[in-house]
Ligand binder design. Structure first.
Ligand code: FO1
Length: 313
C-alpha cells in the first residue's frame, strides 16, 4: 500500500496548492478535503464554491481571472435573469449553472454530498478524490456591524465591507467528517497532512469546528504542514488580512503557527517574510506565491519534501 496524503483546501489559494499536489501524486495517494461553510442555495440551485473551485482547477477549467467559476463562460442565463428582474448580486455563468442543475438533480436522487462530489468529479474528468469535509449542513455565518449575514451575502453581496465582529459555523456541532476524510485520517500509510494557504477564519476554522477533527489532527501520527495565506502582511486573495485586523489579530505570515500550532508541525511562510522566521522553531521559508501551474507544483513538492523530513524525525 502506498503513502497517502490529506490536504485541507478552501478558496483560490487552497485550490492552487491542491492542483500542485494533484500534479505530483496519483489519485490513490491524495484526498482533498474542501470547506463547505461557503455553500448555499441561490435561486433554488445548490452552490458549493470551494468544491467547485477545486474541481474546476484540477480539470483545467477554472476561470483564471475570477478565481471562481468556469473558463470560457457565457452569461446568457445571467443576462436574462437581469432582464427578468431576478436577483443579480451573485453571478452564475451558463456552464456553472449546468453544474448546479446536475448537482441539484443528484441531490434529489438521494445522493449524499460526498457521492455528489464523486459524480461531479467524474463528469468533469477529475480523477483525484475531492471530498466535502462533511456531508452534513455546516454554514459560515458572519456577525458584522450590520447584523448577522449569510456568508455569500457578506462576501459577495457586500464585498466583505461590513466590519466583522465574529463568525458562527452553524451546524458544526452536529457535523461529522465525511467518509473519505475520515478514511484518509485512518489510512495506515498516511504520510502527511497539508493545510493549504486558505483563509484561516473562512476556510480552515469551519472545518476544524467539526467535533473530533482538531483532536484527530493533533493525535495523528502523520506530520502536519500549513502554508501561510498571508504574505508580507496581506492576503494574496480575499479579505483574510481585513478580517484579522477586525478580529484584532495581527495579519502576519506566522498566523498558521499562531492559530494551528497545537497540531501543525511546520508552518511554511514566503521568502518575503523570511525575517520573522529567524530563530522561530516550526517555521520554514520557501516561495509560496503561486502564479503558474509550475509554481503550484513546486510548492507542492516543497510541502512533500518537508513532510518527508518531518516523518524521518
Ligand atoms: N465571488 C464573487 O465575488 N462574485 C460572484 O458573483 C461569485 C459567484 C460565484 C459563483 C459560483 C461559485 O462557485 C463561486 C462564486 N464566487 C463569486 C466566489 C465565491 O463567493 C468564493 O469563491 C467562495 O465562497 C470563497 O472562496
Amino acid at each position: 500500500m502506498s503513502k497517502h496524503y490529506l490536504a485541507l483546501s478552501g478558496g483560490v489559494g487552497g485550490a492552487k496548492l491542491a492542483d500542485g499536489l494533484a500534479q505530483l501524486l496519483p489519485p490513490e495517494q491524495l484526498t482533498i478535503a474542501v470547506n463547505v461553510g461557503d455553500d448555499f442555495e441561490h435561486l433554488g440551485l445548490p452552490v458549493w464554491p470551494d468544491l467547485d473551485t477545486v474541481l474546476y482547477t484540477l480539470a483545467g477549467k477554472a476561470n483564471p481571472e475570477l478565481g471562481w467559476g468556469r473558463a470560457g463562460e457565457s452569461w446568457g442565463v445571467m443576462e436574462e435573469l437581469r432582464a427578468l428582474g431576478a436577483p443579480d448580486w451573485f453571478l452564475l455563468g451558463d456552464k456553472d449553472v449546468a453544474l448546479h442543475l446536475l448537482r441539484r438533480h443528484l441531490l434529489e436522487e438521494g445522493l449524499s454530498h460526498s457521492e455528489v462530489a464523486v459524480q461531479l468529479a467524474r463528469s468533469l474528468g477529475v480523477e483525484h478524490q475531492v471530498a466535502p469535509v462533511t456531508d452534513q449542513p455546516l454554514r459560515t455565518l458572519v456577525d458584522t456591524d450590520e447584523g448577522r449575514l449569510e456568508f455569500q451575502r457578506y462576501f459577495v453581496g457586500r464585498r466583505a465591507e461590513p466590519i466583522l465582529k465574529g463568525l458562527t459555523y452553524a451546524g458544526a456541532e452536529q457535523a461529522r467528517l465525511s467518509p473519505a476524510v475520515a478514511a484518509a485520517l485512518q489510512h495506515p500509510q498516511l504520510a502527511g497532512i497539508i493545510i493549504c494557504p486558505s483563509n484561516p477564519y473562512l476556510s480552515v476554522m469551519p472545518m476544524l469546528a467539526i467535533p473530533g477533527f482538531r483532536e484527530a489532527l493533533q493525535s495523528s501520527p502523520a506530520p502536519v504542514i500549513a502554508v501561510s495565506p498571508i504574505v508580507g502582511g496581506v492576503a494574496l486573495k480575499g479579505p483574510a488580512a481585513k478580517i484579522m485586523q477586525e478580529l484584532g489579530v495581527e495579519p502576519r505570515a506566522t498566523i498558521t503557527a499562531d492559530l494551528y500550532g497545537d497540531f501543525v508541525d511546520l508552518s511554511l511562510i514566503d521568502t518575503t517574510d523570511a525575517a520573522i522566521a529567524e530563530g522561530v522553531s516550526g517555521v520554514a521559508v520557501a516561495p509560496t506565491v503561486m502564479r503558474t501551474r509550475e509554481d503550484r507544483r513546486a510548492l507542492a513538492d516543497t510541502c512533500l519534501q518537508a513532510l518527508q523530513s518531518l516523518q524521518q524525525g
